[in-house]
Write a protein that binds this ligand. Structure first.
Ligand code: PMP
Length: 359
């Protein structure tokens, strides 16, 4: 077996021990004579996995008792719709900070069937190569919530200084940097993230929501889309994505063994510092389009002088077992996604390739 160095933007690399554990348990989970996928979501065997996954999210993220944790389906994209459906009254608007295409999609969904406004956008000729500063935000004190994206997967920017709206709940799409660094969950009304970057395979979306927001949520929308429906039943109101949640359990137990978020945050900083360091050193060939203070530790974007040279660099890297480096069509260039499961060794291999690359 040859495993490549996987820099995919998501779905993306998973920790080998988490995959090997699934391989070992695939046919016979803990002596039950069947795999976890074959168990009832209402049975005791699966329930123990589900509870462990919930408690790992709680302990690793430091989720206080004031917040519920939900395992939902429909991806982060469903949350673009479900958040305003639940949290915004008919006569209320919601504020959005736009730092990239995912924020654009979120505000577009919010404007469909209600009021939403852009509190600030860093768009510049279709690109977003920095994040908003808090002093640039034009906030509506009566907004239902303020929505932001903590890490812009496509352009490679990341927010390091979270806004603090005084009376308005902060809602954050953390799809591409959840569990990669420490932050204070109690400052957020709602956090959501698709699992398929830092937490496991696609199929499950983690929502961390303040209990008061669950209670205050609208009751005139379909029951199934009300957060209270899943909050009341530990996300087992219907058949949950059992295998995705099981894999999330495996990935998060691995993360706990790496020293939790504090441990992985150090490695993530080292990985990003290595790669940005080489790219700066090779400024003869590579350009870093993102403003330095907004550079993402999760998605590193760089460019060569022409799109043809970008493509040739991707092809040469692929031939060396360094895969998933093609940039998003909206950003151009190359992108290396350095999520939690991407090892320092993989980043070192990429750096070695880039140091010697002649174009
Ligand atoms: N938000 C961000 C920041 C993302 O990176 C992505 C996916 N790349 C999404 C939302 C959409 O997620 P999903 O495909 O789970 O709906």
């Amino acid at each position: 077996m040859t495993r490549v160095h996987n820099f995919n933007p998501g779905p993306s690399a998973l920790p080998l021990p988490a995959l090997e554990r699934a391989q070992r348990e695939m046919l016979d989970f803990e002596g039950s004579g069947m795999g976890i996928m074959e168990h009832s979501h209402r049975g005791k065997v699966y329930e123990a996995v589900h509870d462990e996954a919930l408690s790992l999210v709680r302990s690793l993220m430091g989720v206080p008792d004031t917040h519920d944790i939900l395992f939902l389906q429909g991806g982060a994209t469903q949350q673009f719709a479900q958040v305003p459906m639940n949290l915004r009254a008919d006569d209320q608007s919601a504020d959005y900070i736009i730092g990239g295409v995912w924020g654009q999609k979120a505000v577009k969904e919010a404007k469909h069937g209600g009021l939403a406004r852009v509190a600030h956008s860093t768009e510049d000729h279709g690109k977003f190569f920095r994040v908003s500063r808090n002093d640039e935000l034009d906030l509506d004190p009566n907004a239902a919530f303020l929505h932001m994206t903590s890490n812009n997967t496509v352009m490679g920017t990341q927010v390091f200084d979270f806004p603090e709206p005084s009376s308005v709940p902060l809602v954050c799409d953390m799809s591409s940097d959840i569990l990669s660094r420490k932050f204070d969950v109690s400052r957020f009304g709602l956090i959501y993230a698709g699992a398929q970057k830092n937490m496991g395979p696609s199929g499950v979306t983690v929502v961390v929501i303040e209990k008061t927001l669950v209670e205050k949520g609208r009751r005139d929308i379909p029951f199934f889309f009300q957060y209270r429906t899943q909050a009341a039943e530990k996300s087992l109101a219907n058949t949950c994505p059992t295998f995705s949640i099981y894999m999330l359990r495996n990935v998060l137990s691995w993360l706990a063994e790496q020293g939790g978020v504090d441990g992985i945050a150090k490695t993530n900083e080292q990985k990003a510092a290595l790669l940005y360091g080489i790219l700066e050193e090779r400024s003869d060939l590579f350009t870093l389009p993102v403003e330095k203070s907004s550079r993402s530790l999760m998605n590193v974007v760089w460019q060569l002088p022409t799109p043809e040279q970008d493509a040739a660099c991707v092809a040469a890297a692929t031939a060396r077992g360094l895969v998933g480096l093609k940039g998003h069509r909206l950003a151009g260039g190359l992108r290396a996604s350095l999520y939690n499961a991407v090892s320092l060794e993989s980043v070192a291999a990429l750096c070695e390739f880039l140091r010697a690359y002649r174009g």
